[in-house]
Design a binder for this molecule. Structure first.
Ligand code: SF4
Length: 157
């Protein structure tokens, strides 16, 4: 894939699976730590760290042999929660302060109760103060239940 991307001028990004929502089958069958992928790639390619950023959580490397750039998104092996400033608002007015936790603020209820702009702002600020330090994701042979019940698609990326 690295060679193919290099020939066509594409970047490549991989991401570790996260334990969100119930799934059929064993999540261990889906989980491949990207530390292993990176080590295997380094047996064939020279990966040079680059400060390149897209605004997302990927850490990028330039691939010397192909000219491609490869990004790794590692919520499991090296989580990036310490620098996270994201919250997510669904189309139903639910504000999730973390992808990996269940806590949320129901802004639709606030709006439908006739809240003023100031009251709405206060509700948002209250929610932001509850933003957690990070997720508690675990994928191993003893932990089969998802860390959060909702699937990623409910919240968005
Ligand atoms: S798990 Fe939560 S704190 Fe960590 S990066 Fe995702 S949204 Fe941010």
């Amino acid at each position: 894939m690295l060679a193919w991307c290099g020939e066509r001028g594409h970047d490549l990004c991989l991401i570790e699976t996260m334990p969100m929502g119930a799934i059929d089958g064993d999540r261990m069958d889906q989980y491949l730590p990207l530390s292993i992928v990176r080590a295997r790639l380094r047996q064939r390619f020279t990966l040079n760290e680059t400060p390149f950023k897209t605004g997302g959580p990927a850490r990028y490397y330039d691939v010397a042999e192909t000219g491609a750039r490869v990004g790794f998104i590692t919520p499991m092996t090296h989580n990036f929660c310490e620098s996270c400033n994201r919250v997510r608002l669904t189309c139903t007015g639910t504000l999730y302060m973390c992808l990996g936790q269940d806590d949320a603020a129901d802004l639709r209820r606030v709006l439908r109760a006739g809240a003023s702009d100031a009251a709405l702002e206060a509700a948002i600020e209250d929610a932001i103060t509850r933003k957690p330090k990070g997720h508690d994701f675990v994928i191993d042979r003893r932990t089969t239940a998802p860390s959060v019940a909702r699937h990623m698609s409910l919240t968005g990326g």
